[in-house]
Design a protein around this ligand. Structure first.
Ligand code: SF4
Length: 140
C-alpha cells in the first residue's frame, strides 16, 4: 500500500521525471510507474509527510511540514470527497478526479508552487479527465 498526502495526488498527475534530487526522482518515478501500470494499487490518504516526502533531500529547505502544504492537502482531500486515513485504489482516485476536478483548479489550489509554471499539472488533470491515465515517464 502506498501512503499519499492530498497534494501529492495532483503532483503525480503532472509528474514528468523532474524533482528535488536524483533519489527523490527515482522514488517518485517508481511510485508513479506502479500507479500507471497497476491502477488497482491501494492508496492510503494520510496527513503529513508520505512515501514521496521520505526521499526529500536533507540538504534542501524542508517544506513538507509547512502550514501552507497542509492547507493544500486538506483542500484536495476535501475536493475528492475523501478524508485522512481512507484507503482506496488509485483507479478510484482517478475516477473522483474526473468528477470533482478541473485543470484550472491547479492555479488556485497550488498558487504558490514553484513547479506550477511548467503547466504539466494542468495537463495531467486533463489527461485523467479524458481517461488517458498517467503519462509514461522514462525510468533512469
Ligand atoms: S503545482 Fe506543484 S503542488 Fe500543485 S500539483 Fe503541481 S507540482 Fe504538485
Amino acid at each position: 500500500m502506498i501512503k499519499l498526502r492530498g497534494h501529492h495526488i495532483f503532483c503525480l498527475l503532472g509528474y514528468r521525471g523532474m524533482g528535488y534530487s536524483e533519489e527523490y526522482v527515482a522514488n517518485m518515478t517508481k511510485i508513479h510507474t506502479i500507479l500507471r501500470e497497476k491502477p488497482d494499487t491501494m492508496i492510503q490518504i494520510i496527513k503529513g509527510p508520505d512515501h514521496l516526502c521520505r526521499k526529500f533531500p536533507e540538504d534542501q529547505p524542508y517544506h513538507c511540514e509547512d502550514k501552507g502544504i497542509y492547507i493544500r492537502d486538506k483542500e484536495i482531500v476535501k475536493r475528492l470527497g475523501l478524508k485522512f486515513s481512507d484507503v482506496l485504489p488509485w483507479r478510484e482516485i482517478e475516477r473522483r478526479i474526473r468528477i470533482h476536478v478541473k485543470a484550472s483548479d491547479i492555479e488556485v489550489v497550488c498558487e504558490t508552487c514553484s513547479w506550477r509554471s511548467y503547466g504539466f499539472c494542468e495537463q495531467g488533470v486533463e489527461r485523467v479527465i479524458e481517461a488517458k491515465g498517467l503519462m509514461e515517464v522514462e525510468q533512469k
